[in-house]
Structure formats: structure tokens, C-alpha cells
Design a protein around this ligand. Structure first.
Ligand SMILES: [Zn+2]
Length: 452
């Protein structure tokens, strides 16, 4: 019998600037680069779950997203359409999970190729047992595991090496690429640069994901014992908004953007949003903040990330700038916008993101295509803490807010594309005021006093 299977590891060659104690570059085969690219396919809920799973070591705080995760976890079953809905938001499916399965190290455990077939018609299926089928039957408890072919994940076969900068800019290896990178870091020669071969573990891949979202030097942070944290002022591209380089805007589709109404209560003197009264439809929209993959978040925000994501944006532009020939068919555009996994979107999605259809035979585990049960109202606080109105005590909320009643005003905001983008950005970047930062600029201004 074979010995206990060893945890897969990947080799990586680090180039270390000894004097400044930092990784200036890494050289890696495609297997490592694919793992970095897979970060863009992870839904935000997965990112938060995976990075916080090993205790506080890797835990990252991403705006109000951690709060939203906690809310979903706490919300009891009667607030969801079915129990599966909560599980879908907490363990959102990766739309490109079938490719990530082939990674040498896969940190996303939420995707599986196991399905349950309807016991009546035997043709439709679900990821869950006991889901109602369109034929009137239900999926059985017997799971079927489908095979995954053994080809590469995202990149074409080959032994090409790639150069990776400390802030995750990736290029096919070439001496001139390395020279330019080192020169941009103020280095003029290879003297003083030590090479180190390492074996990367799964735990370190999770650390890399975490650091890529908050730091500009993930390689140094993870692989050096006491790295000097660098506010890397890196090449042109990195810090500037690239509006002038933006690809042509997608041709507008004729379908109108769905909108959601949200009643917000603001503190008039501070213009701060105290809370919002949200329908189950709006709550479903908030749930999709956790089911949208990182790549699609960057795609919809169109680079206007407002401080979100350390150097994950460099990873994104590296995919963009790598020629198509490096990727398996259509995979480049898929990584740049993985979309949302099937049945993980809300009915009214103002961000106009679509689901990636995995199979037409799959059943929606949500009988009415909602995450939240309906009809249901929620109170959403500024930090995206959500309480069902059925259980939240209105008097307690008012007491906690400590705002005089005469200083409070209700308004209704129509959340369309611009409002949704602004709220998403605020949820990613503001630790406690997502509603205010995201939506206050859309409030109706009170009429100024008539000039004399
Ligand atoms: Zn059936």
C-alpha cells in the first residue's frame, strides 16, 4: 500500500534582495502561476472563509464583507427560502471550479463534482439531496461523482517559466523582463541578489491569497521571516488609474438594468445613513456580494477599485496582458470575468452580472429563486449588519443609534447600476460605513432656503 499521501507542494525560486530583505521576483512554472490566477475565480465569501479558517494568522478584513459573512452565518433557517440557500451563500460555488480542481494546490473546498439525481425522472440533478424537481419528484440521497479530466487548469501545457514580481505582476520569463523589473526597483545588477529554492505549501498559498488583498508585497510577506513591508511605488501601470488604456466599453445591451428600492434613514445633521429597511430582494442582492468572484468584482468596478485589494489588481492586469495563446480555450476571458455560479445570482441584479450555466439539467435548490424567504423585511445597518425585522427590536435599534428623532429623515433610494457599484465598492473598502459611503451621494438634496 502507498504511504499516506503527502500534501502537494510546488517549487518556486525566489530572488531575494539581501540588503533590503525583500523578494524582488520569483521564477515559477505554470502550475504556480495558475494557482495565483485562481484567486480571481474565488467568490468573495470563499476568500473570507478560506483566509479566516486557520485562526487569525491569515485573516484579512475586507471592508464590511466579513460582517456580511457573519450575518449570513448567524441568520437562522426560517429567514432563508431553504436551508440550502444559506449554505450556497456561505460556501458559494466557484463558476470555474471544474478548472480549479486541476490545480496542483486547490484551496477552494466548496466545489465538488458530486451531484444528486432526481429519483423519478432520473435526468435532472442537484448539488443537494432532496431538492424538488420540475417533474414533481425529488433528488435522491445517492450521490454520483463525475470525473474530471486530467488536463491542465488554465494555462496551456509547456514548461515555460514565468517571472512574478513581489506585487504579483506576472510575465513569461525572459532576461530583459527581469532586468526591467529589477531596474524599476532601483537595482542595477545581480550582485547582492540571493536565489532561494522553496517548496510552497497549501497553507502558504492561503497566506498569499490573504496578503494579495491587503499588501503590495505578498511574496516577501509570506516567504521571508521578517519582511520589510514595502509601500511599493511600482511601475506606471500599478498605481495610476488606467482610464486612457481601458478596453472599449462593452456594447450596451438593450435589456434595462433591474433596480431595487431601498428605504434609508439618515441622520440629517451628519448626512450619515443610520440604517436601511430592505426587502428580501435587496437582501438577496447583498448575498451576491459573497457569491461574486474576485475577477468579476474587478470587472464590474472597471478598475475603479477605490483602494480595494492590495495588489490583486496586478494579477488581473497580468492575465489581461498575457497573450491568448498561453491560455486554454476561452479561459482568459473566463478568468477576467468568471461571472456568478449557476443559481447563485439574485432575481434583480443591478450589477448586470450573469450566471455561468454549468448544466441545463441542474435544478435550482431555491424553489422561488430567492435566497431569503419571502415576504421578509430586514434592517441593514451602516456596517452591513443585517437583522430580520421580525426579530429586531425597533426600540433597541433607536436606542443604540443615539440620534434625536428630529434629526432623522427617511428617503427612498432607487438602486440601479451606479448605486449598486458604489455600494459594492464601499462594502469592499469601508470597514464600518458601507451604506453611508456607498449611497449617501445619491440622496435627494433638501431644497436650499430661497435666496432673498
Ligand atoms: Zn425529476
Amino acid at each position: 500500500m502507498a504511504a499516506k499521501q503527502q500534501e502537494p507542494r510546488l517549487s518556486l525560486k525566489l530572488l531575494i534582495d539581501e540588503e533590503r530583505n525583500r523578494v524582488v521576483a520569483a521564477e515559477a512554472h505554470k502550475e504556480f502561476v495558475e494557482i495565483l490566477f485562481s484567486f480571481l475565480t474565488l467568490p468573495m465569501g470563499t476568500v473570507i472563509r478560506v483566509t479566516s479558517s486557520g485562526g487569525t494568522k491569515n485573516a484579512v478584513k475586507i471592508g464590511c464583507m466579513n460582517n456580511l459573512c457573519r450575518v449570513v452565518e448567524k441568520l437562522s433557517n426560517e429567514n432563508w427560502e431553504t436551508e440550502n440557500c444559506k449554505s450556497m451563500v456561505l460556501h458559494p460555488r466557484n463558476p470555474l471550479g471544474n478548472y480549479c480542481q486541476k490545480l496542483k494546490v486547490n484551496i477552494d473546498d466548496s466545489w465538488s463534482n458530486t451531484k444528486y439525481r432526481c429519483s423519478w425522472c432520473c435526468s435532472r440533478m442537484s448539488w443537494y439531496p432532496n431538492v424538488s424537481c420540475t417533474c414533481g419528484g425529488k433528488t435522491s440521497n445517492h450521490k454520483i461523482t463525475y470525473g474530471v479530466n486530467n488536463e491542465g487548469a488554465f494555462l496551456q501545457k509547456g514548461r515555460t517559466m514565468f517571472i512574478i514580481s513581489d506585487d504579483l505582476q506576472i510575465r513569461p520569463a525572459c532576461p530583459s523582463v527581469l532586468a526591467r523589473l529589477l531596474s524599476n526597483l532601483g537595482l542595477s545588477e545581480m550582485d547582492g541578489i540571493r536565489e532561494m529554492l522553496i517548496e510552497v505549501s497549501k497553507e502558504q498559498v492561503i497566506s498569499l491569497l490573504a496578503r494579495s488583498l491587503v499588501s503590495e508585497s505578498p511574496l516577501s510577506d509570506v516567504f521571508l521571516p521578517n519582511p520589510t513591508k514595502h509601500e511599493t511605488k511600482l511601475p506606471e501601470r500599478t498605481l495610476q488609474t488606467t482610464e486612457q488604456n481601458e478596453p472599449p466599453a462593452p456594447t450596451p445591451t438593450p435589456t434595462p438594468t433591474p433596480t431595487l428600492n431601498l428605504q434609508v434613514t439618515l441622520n440629517k445633521s451628519t448626512n450619515k445613513l443610520l440604517f436601511a429597511k430592505a426587502t428580501n430582494e435587496f437582501f438577496d442582492f447583498l448575498c451576491t456580494f459573497l457569491t461574486i468572484p474576485v475577477g468579476s468584482i474587478i470587472h464590474v468596478l472597471k478598475r475603479n477599485l477605490g483602494g480595494f485589494g492590495g495588489c490583486i489588481y496586478n494579477l488581473y492586469t497580468s492575465v489581461e496582458e498575457l497573450e491568448d495563446k498561453w491560455f486554454g480555450s476561452c479561459l482568459k476571458s473566463a478568468i477576467l470575468n468568471p461571472q456568478i455560479a449557476q443559481y447563485h445570482n439574485c432575481k434583480k441584479q443591478p450589477l448586470k452580472l450573469d450566471e455561468l450555466i454549468e448544466s441545463k439539467l441542474l435544478l435550482d435548490p431555491r424553489p422561488n429563486q430567492n435566497f431569503a424567504g419571502e415576504p421578509l423585511l430586514f434592517i441593514v445597518l451602516d456596517n452591513l449588519d443585517v437583522k430580520p425585522l421580525s426579530s429586531a427590536s425597533s426600540s433597541l435599534i433607536l436606542r443604540e443609534l443615539k440620534v434625536p428623532f428630529r434629526d432623522v429623515e427617511d428617503q427612498v433610494i432607487t438602486v440601479g447600476m451606479n448605486e449598486a457599484l458604489s455600494l459594492l465598492k464601499a462594502a469592499l473598502t469601508s470597514p464600518s460605513s458601507a451604506l453611508t459611503n456607498g449611497l449617501a451621494s445619491f440622496l435627494q438634496k433638501k431644497k436650499k432656503k430661497q435666496e432673498a
